[in-house]
Every structure is written in C-alpha cells, then in structure tokens.
Design a protein around this ligand. Structure first.
Ligand code: PLZ
Length: 456
C-alpha cells in the first residue's frame, strides 16, 4: 500500500482512477476469487490467466480489480493499451462511431474509417514508396495474410522465421513459433514449408551482426534455397522471445539478402510497433525498410484490429476478393485507431516512450549492479527487459533462472505491480507499460521489484 502519489487523473469511466498503487485486500481478493470459482466451471482450462484478479476499471497506467485493488500495469495487456488505458479521445471516438455505424462489412459496403487507417499506416510505416493495406482482426491473422500475400506475389512455397520468434496461435502461426509448449503441444499436424533459421541473440551467441547474418543466410540458402523462399518473417525486437534486440547490422543484412533474391522481407511489428519503442515502428531504429509490416495490438487502443501494410505491387498481387473477412477493419476499431494515431502526435508519445526507456534502463541497470542474477538489461523505449541467470553464471554459462523470474513477478503482483514474463526459457522479466505511465509510478514499481529481488 502506498500513499505517496495522490494525483487523480480524470477518467471516462464512472469513477476516476487515481494514478497510484493501492492494495486493500489479499491478491486475489474475495470478489475475484468468487468470479474465479464461476469461471472454472465454464471457461476452458486451456485459457489461463497469469494473475486471476478480475479487472473492473482502468485508466492511464493503472488497472483496478473488483476488490478495489489498484495495480501499476507494466504489461498493458501485452502491449495493447500503448497510449494508456481508456484514453479519453479513443473512448470518445469509439462512443461516437458506435452510435453512427457498428458494422457493414467493408467488402460489401465500405466506409471511410477503413480508408483513413490505411492512409495513416501508409504514412507512418517505414519506406518512401506507394503502400497499401488490408485490415484484419488479430496479430495472428495479420501474419497469416502477410504470408499469403507474399506467396501469391512470389509464386514460391517456403517461408522462413527466426529462432526464438513468436507469431500467434492459428495453425500456420503455431508452426512459425519457436516454442512448442504451450502453444503447439498436441495441436498438430502443422503447416509445412516453414523453416526456422538461427537468430541473433548477442547476449548468448556473442556474434556480431555480420557474423550472425552470415550464419542465417547460409542456413536459408542450404536448407531452402532462395528460389523457393517466398518470405522471411522477423520481429525487429523479439517480443515473447524476451525482447531480444539483434546485433547491429543483422537484420539489414538479411533484408539486403532478401531484396537481392526476390524474397519478401516481412517485419512482424505486432508487439514492437505503434510508438512502443519511441518510433512508430522499431524497424526505424534498426535501419530496416520492410516490404511488408504487420501491426496489431496497440494499433486501436484496445479494440481488435490488425493490418498488413506494404509495397503496393506486393499488396496488389492478390486477386480481387482474395483478401477479407467478416469483421476485418470493423468501423469502431478503425475509429479507435484513427484516434490512437492522433493521440500519438498530439501528446508527443514517441518522446514519452523514449522517456520511459531511459527511466527504466537506468533503474534496472541500478538493480543489475546490486543483484548478480540480472544477466542483461536490454530493449528500446517502452520495451525493456531483464534476463535472469543462475547465481554466478552471468559471465560464464548464463544458465536461465525462470524460478527467480516467477518469484519476482508473483511478489510484485502481491504488492500491486503487474509485470510480465517472457523468454524461451521463461527467464526474462519484461516491461512494456503504457506510454501514460509516469516516472513516479515507474519509481514506485521499481522499488517494489527491488524489494522482491532482495527477498529472494
Ligand atoms: N506476433 C510479435 O507478440 C502476440 C500473445 C498473447 P494475436 N503476442 C502476445 C498470447 O498468449 O496469446 C503476437 C506477437 C507477435 C504475433 C502475435 C499474435 O497476435 O493478436 O495474439 O493473434
């Protein structure tokens, strides 16, 4: 419980949500426990919840559960409420659009909001060339469509991804993920012609970007052959994999190889995009100009919307009627997205992402000096992670320490700080707060995490 912060931010929900951490019951509290008991009877056990506190309201950087506990949200629904929970202008746009028209189906009778989102995506994705988009409902659906479009354009069969990547839960994307458990175990057979190439993971492989790229390219050439490869799908910064930032030059070298060989270079910016890293898309930090960019999550402030955006000639290779879906580019989701783009400009949120990155990096480097199990602090902007290793292995074998990650996330949750885990070995704590989170909230959260480390 803390009384140090008392700034009350007006909210569009019925009661204002004070931007402060406040724990008033056990976590989860009695009301959450009661709902949870009902849930276990009717919600599939295949759907889990990291922290079974049932959320009633949220604003800015705070979520409030049904027991009145307030959590500093350092996960933002895995990078969705990037501009802040219930951002006023987004909520207003949703209300307005909901009253005007909820659905027509763009492929039957279209509406302007879809076109406006495509214009904004063309403007803000990297690259100074004619771009077009298709709008869909989820990240996985964007990945599916990106692959579909690349195959159609190239007439080639194979697709390649990088080790430690994550792309979704549909049949094709299950085959594209690095981790089998829990995403794919028992759900096969899977799509064929998906090849997993080595990534660049500087903390572990010690390779320069050039060396890592040579290794990846050798794999692609030997194992597939460029003539059969439709696309290479990469996350500029790997999300679920643990915010792995590749060595400098690695992805540009892969992009150059793709361009030289007629392979469509696709950036999955579903987690790293939409202002998260202090640029509209993380590709910009790394010097990439992808042929296709996949966006989702933060693109519509919390409503389901996703997109494939890229070179007009690639996007137009599909036959009329080949792309679509009932709900893709829903008018309310599009109206929310237009408001998100507007808020990023109006509130200078790219700068806020940079501020958060600086604050978090400095604070976490401070913790790394105190606790030797913090092997590495990495990331860009509001996408920062720490990788935890077994005591004494930080400069040698870097043995993963998932137990410490789980203990710290659990202890932080008890104190009102919601922090997510990640990493192929579950040994990464990731921080991807909304850009509305203040330095005061971050300082408070870091203090809680510091105490959790000290208690280990
Ligand atoms: N590509 C890079 O991060 C979603 C997964 C949450 P969907 N990551 C969060 C979970 O456990 O299901 C993600 C991503 C990247 C694709 C996806 C898939 O996006 O909107 O979840 O389908």
């Amino acid at each position: 419980m803390t009384d140090t912060l008392d700034t009350t931010t007006p909210s569009t929900t019925s009661t204002p949500v004070a931007q402060e951490r406040r724990i008033v019951t056990a976590v989860p509290g009695p009301r959450s426990q009661a709902i949870h008991a009902r849930r276990t009877a009717v919600v599939s056990d295949g759907v889990t919840s990291v922290l079974p506190v049932y959320i009633e309201r949220a604003h800015g950087g705070i979520v409030v559960d049904v027991d009145g506990n307030q959590f500093i949200d350092l996960g933002a629904g895995i990078g969705v409420t990037t501009i802040g929970h219930t951002e006023e202008s987004v909520v207003d746009a949703i209300r307005q659009q909901a009253g005007d028209v909820l659905h027509t189906l763009f492929t039957i009778t279209p509406y302007e909001e879809y076109v406006r989102v495509a214009e904004l995506l063309a403007e803000h994705t990297p690259g100074d060339f004619a771009k077009k988009s298709v709008l869909v409902n989820s990240g996985a659906e964007a990945v599916e469509n990106g692959v579909k479009i690349a195959r159609k354009y190239t007439g080639r069969r194979a697709i390649a991804v990088l080790d430690h990547g994550y792309h979704g839960r549909t049949n094709l994307t299950m085959a594209m993920n690095y981790k089998a458990a829990p995403y794919a175990t028992g759900y096969g057979p899977f799509a064929g012609d998906v090849y997993h190439a080595p990534n660049s993971y500087p903390y572990h492989d010690g390779l320069t970007g050039e060396q890592a790229a040579a290794r990846t390219i050798a794999y692609l050439e030997k194992r597939i052959g460029a003539v059969d490869l439709a696309c290479l799908v990469v996350e500029p910064i790997q999300g679920e994999g643990g915010f792995v930032v590749p060595a400098e030059g690695f992805l540009p070298a892969l992009q150059d190889w793709c361009t030289a060989n007629g392979v469509v270079f696709i950036a999955d910016e579903i987690q790293s995009g939409m202002a998260r890293t202090g640029a509209y898309f993380a590709s910009e930090h790394l010097g990439l100009v992808p042929d296709l960019v996949l966006s989702a999550k933060g693109i519509a402030g919390g409503l389901p919307l996703a997109a494939v955006t890229g070179r007009a000639e690639i996007m137009d290779a599909s036959q009329p009627g080949g792309l679509g879906g009932t709900f893709g580019g829903n008018p309310v989701a599009c109206a929310a997205s237009v408001a998100v783009f507007d808020a990023i400009e109006r509130r200078s949120l790219l700068g806020e992402a940079t501020r958060i990155g600086n604050t978090l990096t400095a604070a976490l480097n401070g913790l790394a000096e105190k606790y030797d199990i913090i092997g590495e602090v990495r990331g860009i902007g509001a996408m920062i992670a720490i990788e935890l290793v077994q005591p004494g292995t930080g400069s040698t074998t870097k043995e993963p320490n998932a137990a410490a990650v789980n203990a710290i996330a659990a202890a932080a949750a008890q104190q009102g700080v919601l922090v997510l885990t990640a990493g192929t070995y579950g040994n990464v704590l990731r921080f991807l707060p909304s850009l509305a989170v203040t330095d005061e909230l971050l300082a408070d959260a870091i203090e809680v995490i510091d105490q959790a480390f000290a208690a280990l």
